[in-house]
Structure formats: C-alpha cells, structure tokens
Design a protein around this ligand. Structure first.
Ligand code: TXE
Length: 491
C-alpha cells in the first residue's frame, strides 16, 4: 500500500531540526509513531527536552537578528518562497502519502490539502514587496513642522504549536507568514503526527532557505510545548489545538508578555432552510461534517433543519452517510479513513453512547472495512436536542447532530447558543434570509450554500472559545509584524 521509500522515511525520521542540523534529543527520549490504519508502531520520533527547545530558540534567534535574513530584499525573499512552493509541489505525492500513513487521512484528501498548501505559499510569496507603513499628518497646536511615518518590522522568533488533524497544511499556514515577514520559526508538531512536518524540514533545506529559519522540535505538549511557550526569546506563539490547551498556552505566554494567536476548537452550526436546494445542500452539509473523518476544526457538526423538511433531510443524510466508504486511507475510493488514535476513537464512541443514553435517535452508516485493528468509526447521524452533550461539545469525529427549528430567529438563537464561534454554514435560496442570518451569527466566517475548502487570501479563525487571531490572508501577517513610528521635527 505505502511505498518502501515512505516506510523507510518514517523509520529514519527520529530527529529534531535545530539550527539547520538534524540532531537527536539530548536525553535520547523518544515517542512511538503509530499507524492509525493498523494500530501498529511503525517508527519513533525524538521527544525534545526543554534543553533541546532552548537550542532551537537560540538558533532561531541568531537568524532573526541576522540582517541578511530579516532585511533580505523582497525580490530574493519572494524567490525563496516560490522555490519552496516548487519543492513542495515536486514532492506532493510523497508528502500526501506520509500524511495518509501518519494521520490516517484518505489519500485523495491528503493530495488536495498539499496542493492547497502550495497555493498558500505562493499567495504569501506575493506579500514581501507589499508590506508598507503609512505617513501620518502631524500638526500640534503649538506649531512646528513635523513629519511622521511608520515602518513594519519582523517581530523575531515565532513559536508555533500545531495539532494532528492536518499537520502539513497548518505547518505551512504558520511558516508562510514567517518567511514573508523575515521572522524565524520554532515549530512543535503534535506528538501524534509529526512525519509530514519533518519532511517539510527537509524540503525547506532543499529549497535553499537559510539554516535556522525553520526549526522543528517534536515531542510532548507538557515538555516541548511548555518550554517553547515559556521561552523568553520567543516573541509570539501561534497555537492551533484544543480550547483547554489554548487557554493554558495564553496564560503561560502572558508571563513573558508574548503575543498569542489561538485557532481553537469549534462546534460549527449549519442552518438548512426549507428554501434550500436539497440536492446540493445535503451532500455539502455532510461533507462539512465528515471531511477528514470529522477531524477538522470547522466541521459543521450541528445541523439545524427547518421543521417542514426535517424528515426528508434526515432520510437523505442517512442515505448519504451509509453510502460513504469507510476504509483504508490509501484506497482512492475511501471517503473516511481511521481516526488518529485509539484514545480518539474511544472518545468519539463515548460521545455516541452518552447521546444514546440521553435518548437521541441514531442513524449510523456502515463501517465497511475489514481493517478492524485500525481506529475506524462509522459516520453517524444523531437526532439530538440542543442541551445534549453531543450537540454542545466538540466531538472531533464523523458525527453530525441534527436538530429541528421552526422560524429563522430560532435557528440563529440556537446556532449562537454555544461557547464556540469558529464557522457557520447557511443553506437557502432566499438572498435576504442568507444575508440576515450571516450577519447575526457570532463566528469567524459564514459559508452560504456550500462548504468549499480554505482559500489562501481568506482569513481563518474564530471568536469566543474558538480563539482569536487569524491564519491565511493579509490579516495573518499582522501577527508577525511590529509597527515602529518615526517622528521627525523639522529644525
Ligand atoms: O489537543 P491539544 P489534543 C480538539 C479535539 C480533540 C481535542 C484533544 O476536540 O479531540 O482537542 O486533542 C500541544 N503546552 N482539537 O489532545 O492538547 C500538543 O502537543 C504547550 C481541535 O491533540 O490542544 C499539540 O502539539 N503545548 C483542534 C497541540 O498542543 C501543548 C485540533 C494540540 O494539542 C500543551 C486538535 C501544553 N501544556 C485538537 N499541551 C482544532 N479545532 O483544530 C498540549 N500541547
């Protein structure tokens, strides 16, 4: 199924990337690499200590201070970023295979997300020549001639901590603005899925990006993650992960006055109005909930259905879910692969059991795979009530909670009645219904009549318990730049 080269790469990948060198953790600690499709250990990664993280930050700080990097001409910087995009593009097949092996991501999804990562790099490569300050007219009441302007400067060393669900693409979302602004990066991937990020480290070297610009410290959150967040020479932490950990990260970062951006969990609402085109809306709603086996932060896991079409939608959705193929991630016909770990599988199954105990009606798709050693979960449609745990908490698995509503006002109130505020989806053919609903939803983005993939110039991020700050788009650059004012008094 997997090529020998991929298997070999995972076997040999147990090193950290520190200041351009691949090194083992100083105390020799390692963590296992598990294939979610079989449950078998297929390799190991280094588990970085606080000392390793310090070495990585020192390397990143050295390059951040080097004007050859921080003040590199925009032309050269853009060329380097395109060189990296070319290298990623040339290695797209290998990256997708690694991602599929390490995360259990269906190969088609992995290939598509790698191509989106190339687009993100190319989009960001257009920015270095366009980062500008502004001139500020100054006229004090006491007179005199003044001239003020601002410049934008890189903030220095950035620490990024990322999760296991889409490691390569999220790593690129953190790296691309670092490269565009002249910062440097210490990246800590999830202990559950580090392989594609380690491959990215090789590609960054191959593309000719200077040593020390990207450093990779694999390891646990409690040791490597905390050491990065607490390090005094790190200027910002870009975190993607759970709300509980994100809040802890923000508290720790406060001790050294770091900037923080948090892209956290979600419990995104989908509102399906009776006027929607059900032939397109139902598959889109299902895709939003089940993509990457439900392990996306923007998964539309709460589906509010206008009552007069409720029964028909449940029937269509259940049929759709039953036709999805759960199977080996390398099989091109697979729609849903395994979830990341045995722990995650148990967590999802516990949510489903508790919903059943609370009286929810369940419609489960067939889990038509023979691979019962892997961490497979069938797509599940739950007829739930708003107050049920399954309809309130992030499940992070292929589960959609369906709830009926009568009037648009009620749908908006139900959608907003949740601690999270990441994404929302509205399906209607009535323009004013779409716009009034979109305006009143308390989220970072609203998608109307479809759930297309991320786009490089569209910012990603949320509100409330889903965090703050943005990845992608020009908004993301703000987090990597300091504003300096120069005020000249004419003499
Ligand atoms: O997340 P964590 P986990 C949600 C999802 C999932 C749950 C748990 O519901 O089921 O979170 O996943 C690092 N200091 N999401 O446990 O703990 C950790 O090593 C510094 C949704 O994987 O948030 C990893 O690199 N770092 C989310 C990263 O944080 C720490 C995607 C994320 O791990 C740390 C992932 C600490 N004290 C999970 N503790 C989304 N919505 O995209 C852990 N880490």
């Amino acid at each position: 199924m997997y090529s020998d080269a991929t298997i070999q790469m995972v076997r040999e990948s147990g090193c950290l990337l520190i200041d351009g060198a691949w090194v083992e953790s100083k105390d020799g600690a390692t963590l296992p690499v598990i294939n979610p499709a079989s449950g078998a250990q297929i390799g190991q990664i280094s588990s970085a200590s606080a000392e390793d993280v310090d070495a990585a930050v020192q390397g990143a700080a050295r390059v951040a201070k080097d004007e050859a990097w921080s003040r590199m001409s925009s032309e050269r910087r853009e060329a380097l970023m395109h060189a990296l995009a070319d290298t990623v593009e040339r290695n797209a097949g290998r990256i997708a295979e690694i991602e599929s092996l390490d995360v259990g991501m269906p190969i088609g999804v992995a290939q598509f997300l790698v191509s989106l990562s190339v687009s993100s790099l190319r989009y960001m490569a257009g920015w270095p020549s366009k980062i500008e300050g502004r001139t500020i007219p100054v006229s004090y009441p006491f007179g005199g001639e003044h001239f003020a302007f601002t410049t934008r400067e890189p903030i220095g060393v950035v620490g990024a901590i990322i999760p296991w669900n889409v490691p390569f693409m999220i790593a690129i979302w953190k790296l691309a603005p670092v490269l565009a602004t002249g910062c440097t990066l210490v990246l800590k991937p999830s202990e559950e899925a580090s392989q594609s990020v380690l491959l990215l480290g090789r590609l960054v070297k191959e593309a000719g990006i200077p040593d020390g610009v990207l450093n990779i410290v694999t390891g646990t959150g409690a040791v490597a993650g905390e050491a990065l967040v607490r390090h005094p020479h790190v200027a910002k932490i870009g975190f993607t992960g759970s709300t509980v950990t994100g809040r802890a990260v923000a508290r720790m970062a406060g001790e050294t006055t770091k900037r923080v951006s948090l892209e956290l969990g979600g419990k995104s609402a989908q509102i399906l109005f009776a006027s929607a085109d059900l032939d397109t809306a139902v598959p889109e709603a299902a895709n939003s909930a089940f993509l990457n086996t439900g392990q996306t932060c923007v998964a539309g896991s709460r589906l509010y259905i206008q009552r007069r079409i409720y029964d028909e939608v449940i029937e269509r959705l259940t049929r759709h879910a039953s036709n999805l193929r759960v199977g080996h991630p390398m099989d091109p016909a697979t729609n849903l692969g395994p979830v990341i770990s045995a722990k995650q599988k148990r967590r999802i199954e516990d949510y489903i059991s508790s919903a059943r105990e609370q009286g929810a009606v369940l419609h489960a798709g067939r889990s038509n795979t023979a691979e019962d050693c892997g961490f497979y979960v069938a797509p599940t449609v739950v007829e739930a009530r708003q107050e049920m745990t399954i309809a309130r908490e992030e499940v992070f698995g292929p589960v959609i909670s369906a709830i009926p509503f009568d009037e648009p006002e009620q749908a908006i109130a139900l959608a907003n009645d949740n601690p999270y505020g990441l994404s929302a989806y509205v399906y209607t053919q009535n323009l004013s219904e779409a716009l009034t609903t979109a305006t009143r939803l308390q989220v970072g983005r609203v998608l109307v009549n479809g759930a297309p993939p991320p786009y490089p110039s569209i910012p990603e991020g949320g509100r409330k318990a889903s965090g703050y700050g943005r990845d992608q788009g020009p908004e993301s650059l703000e987090g990597y730049l300091d504003t300096k004012v120069v005020l000249v008094t004419a003499r």
